[in-house]
Design a protein around this ligand. Sequence first.
Ligand SMILES: NC(=O)c1ccc[n+]([C@@H]2O[C@H](COP(=O)([O-])OP(=O)(O)OC[C@H]3O[C@@H](n4cnc5c(N)ncnc54)[C@H](OP(=O)(O)O)[C@@H]3O)[C@@H](O)[C@H]2O)c1
Length: 288
Amino acid sequence: MGIILVTGASGQLGNELRVISRKYPGYEFIFTDFAELDITAKEKVNVFIADNRPDWIVNCAAYNFVDKAESETESAMRINGTGVRNISEAIKGTDCKFVHISSDYVFDGHSNTPYDEDSSAEPASAYGRSKLEGERAALLHNRSMIIRTSWLYSSFGSNFVKTILAKAKQNDSLRVVYDQTGTPTWAADLAGAIMLIIAAVIRNQIAFKAGIYHYSNEGVCSWYDFASEIVNEAGINCHIYPILTKEYPSMAQRPSYSVLNKAKIKENFNLEIPHWRDSLKKCIKLLK
Ligand SMILES: NC(=O)c1ccc[n+]([C@@H]2O[C@H](COP(=O)([O-])OP(=O)(O)OC[C@H]3O[C@@H](n4cnc5c(N)ncnc54)[C@H](OP(=O)(O)O)[C@@H]3O)[C@@H](O)[C@H]2O)c1
């Protein structure tokens, strides 16, 4: 039996976990967002965890405004760093397992081969630094699993897929950067993988192994390729032009390459990961 507490459950990943939880009727899920459990409120986190005694915590709560984080550094650090530390400290010394989600933006993007879990994390942005701080905080507990993911989208919340769909409907053409390479991740796939891992550990089919893991969909593309596929799949007549990052100035520096090597999570937990194009098709179908 397992009590699974999900924080930040009204975001993209949290909502996908709500959907997938229906396939796990044997487990008790507690879904919380800011209103029910503000992870930055240390005492409330302590009391909530002591009262509900979760066996697992999946932390989806985050400050995710990559550009705004450059000027709102303190807010980003408070939610992505201190908030995670509050959870870690509240469960320290207990058997509660902690699944914390981090980001490809902990890397500077100077590599041209996929990043391993032990590749040196050197964030180029305030957002990336706050996510790295969160990783360190999560690892204060010895039963923490950090899953770094990239380019997350979903039929819930706001994201690149929805932005491109909306803009493509209003414009004949769009300009999208083609010198940033990574991998999109459908949050439904990540939620599915998290639940497969949790269920396999609860059923003693697989041992829980703390540490850092990478998860994205399979494949590699640029934001330009991603946008082109989105309009194609949606059947919208809008031309996508490739541009350079320097032609689209933004506050935060983003990694030019952030492909994640997923071998570790696939091997440890026997996961099969769908290709990003196949998952995008499914998400667009849901959005239609
Ligand atoms: N989105 C991406 O492209 C991406 C890429 C790589 C990694 N990730 C990571 O993946 C995880 C899930 O991301 P997501 O896209 O699902 O995030 P999301 O949609 O932004 O959801 C985050 C949720 O956390 C809530 N939240 C904010 N501050 C909180 C607090 N103090 N206490 C409790 N809840 C709080 C937010 O509420 P409000 O909306 O009211 O603020 C929101 O409901 C995050 O760790 C994120 O950093 C995301």
